[in-house]
Design a protein around this ligand. Structure first.
Ligand code: P53
Length: 488
């Protein structure tokens, strides 16, 4: 029986290009969907409000070159500060750093015949910086930053042509960084697509008879692209490890009423298992037939699609885990709270964060166990963390016991899962340095162990400060998860 974190456990953190880099119009980069996504301060943080995506709204945003209301255009300036920022991560002892490459830098026109050398050089510098500090670079190939041009010229992932464009992009980066990068993730949280079609698939809800069918078509095209990318990565370097990834929407039955339990099973399949079954088991699961038939969803497939999916499953299961939710056959009188991209039912046994996300460390142990049981592939927690409103004290300190408490309880749960026998290979907490929130574009929703002095509208020195959690995480890594500190 394993009683502790394995010796070669990868400890680190994760960011994405579109939330951190800024420099949105520099060195040939073209615009992306996040660049036209507005700051979305909600009156009630506990209720999720989606930004509406219409072609018209995008046109308006494109003409507005000011970044005040479009925070993802400025990020935290990581494009320029990566050296100093990576040095801070190294000081905490990171052995892995997950970041994404902006497709829009490498192929600004979507179908360019040659890649943008400036972009390739930039990412090579970032990778070299990681290697210099003995950190494994773990690259997300596509993290919620669809180049606008792919949406405009091709209609996003609804169009099969995207598969070839994506593969061309993959071949370019796999070849260029061969021997330097071993860990790759094909698509960030591929299961978000059904709830956030424009954001992740570039498919706008205009002109379709059955929009849901269009989204499933886009998802199918991504499945094929991911499988082909996995094949390609292995051919280019058989040391490559390619992960699939979902945002795990862990859910419990509201009561032991059998109907609630059936609803829990249904939600788990529709939100999570379907995506992992295709990418880790290599086939469309049998239970989807009924759903597709009853909802008039006809996915157009080409010869060979199912074979390529079957033969090229992911090497590891990556997932993000922030919270859990509940399932009920009759939700009429139940309280709701905000969750990942949608409002969810409130669990009376759990407390929520400032943003209403329900904190549930035991749910992480449950998820690790159930998912590992289903696929028996190495597991990688690619995101986990809590968004908090931090306060910078006059002496430059930030006292964030709430964040330490969140991570400590999740690490205890991970330890339990390891004792249970789960093959957990790594952990990259979300946003080790404060970045722009994906869901709301706020700066004030902070996840970091490092504070960035910038407000929601871009004011501030952008100076970096170490929070209390910085020193705590450093010690956790140093002791390989043995010493989780005193519980207050
Ligand atoms: P934020 C939305 C809600 C929850 C999780 O989220 C999400 C998203 C994406 O909109 O996905 C991941 O910043 C995502 C990250 C994101 C992180 O969760 O809305 O992969 O890009 O920043 C946290 O609090």
């Amino acid at each position: 029986m394993r009683t502790q974190f394995p010796d070669n456990f990868l400890w680190g953190g994760a960011i994405s290009a579109c939330q951190a880099e800024g420099a949105y119009n520099v060195d040939g980069r073209s615009m992306t969907i996040p660049d036209v996504t507005m700051y979305n301060k909600k009156l009630d943080r506990k209720i999720t409000k989606q930004v509406s995506f219409t072609r018209e709204a995008i046109e308006v945003a494109k003409k507005d070159l000011d970044d005040t209301m479009y925070p993802k255009r400025r990020g935290i300036d990581f494009y320029y500060t990566y050296k100093e920022d990576i040095a801070l991560l190294a000081e905490m002892g990171f052995s892995v750093f997950r970041f994404s490459i902006a497709w829009s830098r490498v192929f600004p026109n979507g179908d360019d015949t040659t890649p943008n050398e400036k972009a390739l050089e930039y990412y090579e510098n970032v990778i070299d910086e990681c290697l210099k500090h003995n950190m494994e670079p773990l690259i997300t190939i596509s993290h919620f930053d669809m180049p606008l041009v792919l949406m405009e010229k091709f209609g996003g992932w609804y169009n099969r042509k995207l598969i070839d464009l994506y593969l061309n992009y993959c071949e370019t980066i796999f070849t260029r960084y061969r021997g330097k990068v071993k860990y790759w993730v094909t698509f960030n949280e591929i299961n978000m697509s059904i709830k956030a079609g424009p954001k992740t698939l570039g498919i706008i809800n205009e002109g379709f008879d059955n929009y849901e069918e269009a989204l499933f078509q886009g998802i199918h095209n991504q499945f094929v692209a991911a499988a082909k990318a996995t094949k390609l990565a292995h051919e280019i370097d058989n040391n490559n490890k390619i992960g699939c990834m979902v945002a795990y929407f862990t859910t419990y039955a509201h009561t032991c009423k059998p109907d609630d339990v059936m609803k829990m099973l249904y939600d788990d399949r529709m939100r999570n298992q379907f995506y992992l079954d295709v990418q880790a088991k290599g086939k469309y699961p049998w239970y989807m037939d009924r759903y597709f038939t009853e909802n008039n969803i006809n996915i157009k497939m080409e010869d060979g699609d199912l074979e390529v999916i079957k033969e090229n499953t992911a090497d590891f299961i990556g997932f993000s885990y922030y919270m859990s939710m509940i399932s009920s056959a009759d939700a009429t009188n139940l309280e709701i709270t905000s969750g990942n991209v949608m409002n969810v039912l409130k669990n009376p046994y759990l407390e929520g964060s400032e943003w209403g996300w329900q904190i549930d460390p035991v749910g992480l142990r449950y998820t690790l166990n159930t998912v590992y049981d289903r696929y028996e592939k190495p597991m990688f927690i690619l995101e986990n963390g809590i968004g908090l409103l931090d306060k910078l004290n006059e002496d430059g300190t930030i006292n964030d016991e709430g964040r330490v408490d969140y991570h400590r309880r999740h690490f205890e749960a991970m330890k339990e899962a390891i004792k249970d026998g789960v093959d957990l290979i790594g952990y990259t907490m979300w946003g080790p340095i404060d970045i722009i929130s994906s869901g709301t574009s706020e700066m004030s929703k902070r996840y970091g162990f490092i504070y960035v002095d910038q407000d929601d509208f871009g004011n501030g020195s952008k100076k970096r400060y170490k929070k209390d959690s910085f020193y705590w995480y450093k010690n956790v890594i140093k002791t390989n998860g043995e010493d989780l500190g005193d519980v207050k």
